[in-house]
Design a protein around this ligand. Structure first.
Ligand SMILES: O=C(O)C1=C[C@@H](OP(=O)(O)O)[C@@H](O)[C@H](O)C1
Ligand SMILES: C=C(OP(=O)(O)O)C(=O)O
Length: 429
């Protein structure tokens, strides 16, 4: 198990970085390229463990994929070219992989078994297996298809009009992917808009996608054609650097080529509302996705209330926001964020318990947390609990603590941001 001592920053964090590729978009580029006909070229691919799991799963379904660093070439097999895997498909730690691939496998005329790590085994799958079964897929798993291992026997699907109780891009994408081969139209309606990378990228692969308010529809029977997909930097990874820049004294950090899709920019809205000195510049389109250069300086911060429609727009950034809130004047309330309980860990508990140990004034609530600051943080030995975002959030604490902070189990960070500590070191030079 790797353990890191986080260096206390003496001179501030300064410099320019380009964060690694977007995880959500990288998964989709490999999956869509695999079910498309013809070649797909991907640039800026995230070589994090989760996206590598997606490549391995698609290879086991018979797709030829060449990966050279952040460049990936896919010889698209088309749906009909995918083959029954001879072994299990292992999604590792990746919720996005298992939920999206379940949608693809549901329309294929063979059987597959999906497994993952101990964290995946605890994450709810009924949110996708339920609607996919409504479409006519045969799916089983522990507790009637609620948990891994999942067994899927695909076949002829019927379109569905699914009103989702949660705003989840994984649920929406899984059903839309199944809908591509279903009879008739498939519509997913969400309570709030979740990230729309699937909708944008399917268009690049030549698919007609209809967006109407909070509903997204797809007509069954459409084929995908190979495409060139450039992947922007991941705003969820950038978030850790933005938080570091805002709270570490004497800092100024510039991040180039960061994805600023409006369904993902809740973190920017929060930073601005908390009073951060943040500048968004050079906005332009990168394929289907907008990107920008972000510059942040050390800032005087105040507590705010975060809830409602913004939550799906910053769900993965909440561990970083919780750390920032310990350094803000006043109370920050995070509500409507129950989804945090079913991520790689229960992110309400893992954040609240560990920030408390470091001396923060924080308590868990039913649907989030309440943090009052500013509080100087103490030292201690923290853990990622196998959750990349918890590992990075704890490392942020080390940057501002006057005492030593150790983070155990840091190998988990490679799931989404393999160069995290290297990038931090660059900003300390
Ligand atoms: O679709 C995606 O790529 C993702 C959707 C979100 O999950 P939910 O769909 O469960 O909200 C997010 O937390 C996850 O990191 C990636
Ligand atoms: C929740 C996350 O990912 P996934 O659901 O793909 O495991 C995340 O990256 O924070």
């Amino acid at each position: 198990m790797e353990q890191q001592l986080v260096k206390v920053v003496s001179k501030g964090l300064n410099g320019c970085l380009s964060v690694p590729g977007d995880k959500s978009i990288s998964h989709r580029a490999v999956m869509f390229g695999s079910i498309a006909k013809g070649r797909t070229e991907v640039t800026g691919f995230l070589t994090g463990e989760d996206c590598l799991s997606t490549i391995k799963c698609m290879e086991k379904l018979g797709v030829t994929i060449e990966q050279d660093g952040d460049k990936v070439s896919i010889e698209g097999a088309g749906f009909d070219g995918l083959k029954e895997p001879t072994g299990v498909l292992d999604v590792g730690n990746s919720g996005t992989t298992i939920r999206l691939i379940s949608g693809i496998l549901s329309s294929l005329p063979f059987s597959s078994v999906l497994v993952g790590d101990d964290s995946i085994a605890k994450r709810p799958m009924a949110r996708v297996t339920g609607p996919l079964k409504m479409m006519n897929a045969t799916i089983d798993g522990r507790e009637h298809g609620q948990y891994t291992p999942l067994f899927i026997r695909g076949g002829h699907l019927n379109g569905v009009n699914f009103v989702s109780p949660i705003a989840s891009a994984q649920v929406k994408s899984s059903i839309l992917l199944a809908g591509l081969r279903a009879k008739g139209k498939t519509t997913v309606t969400e309570p709030h808009r979740s990230r729309d990378h699937t909708e944008r990228m399917l268009k690049a692969f030549g698919v007609d996608v209809e967006v109407n308010g909070l509903s997204v529809s797809i007509q069954g029977g459409q084929e995908l054609e190979g495409a060139n997909i450039p992947i922007p930097g991941d705003i969820s990874s950038a978030a850790f650097m933005l938080v570091a820049g805002a709270m570490v004294p004497n800092s100024e950090i510039t991040l180039t080529n960061v994805g600023v899709n409006p369904t993902r920019t809740g973190i920017l809205d929060v930073l601005i509302e908390m009073g951060a000195d943040l500048v968004v510049a050079d906005e332009k389109l990168f394929g289907q996705e907008p990107v920008a250069t972000l510059t942040i300086k050390t800032s005087q911060l105040k507590g705010i209330t975060i809830g409602g429609e913004i939550i799906p727009r910053l769900i993965d950034e909440i561990p970083a926001i919780a750390v920032l809130a310990t350094q803000a004047e006043g109370t920050t309330i995070i509500k409507d964020a129950e989804e945090l309980k079913v991520k790689e860990t229960n992110r309400i508990d893992t954040m609240v318990n560990q920030l408390k140990q470091l001396g923060a004034n924080i308590e868990a609530t039913e649907d989030g947390m309440k943090i009052t600051g500013p509080t100087p943080l103490k030292g201690g030995t923290m853990q990622s609990y196998g959750d990349h975002r918890i590992g990075m959030a704890m490392a942020l604490c080390g940057l501002i603590s006057k005492e030593k902070v150790y983070v155990k189990d840091t190998e988990a960070i490679a799931v989404s941001y393999p160069s995290f500590f290297k990038d931090l070191e660059k900003l300390m030079e």
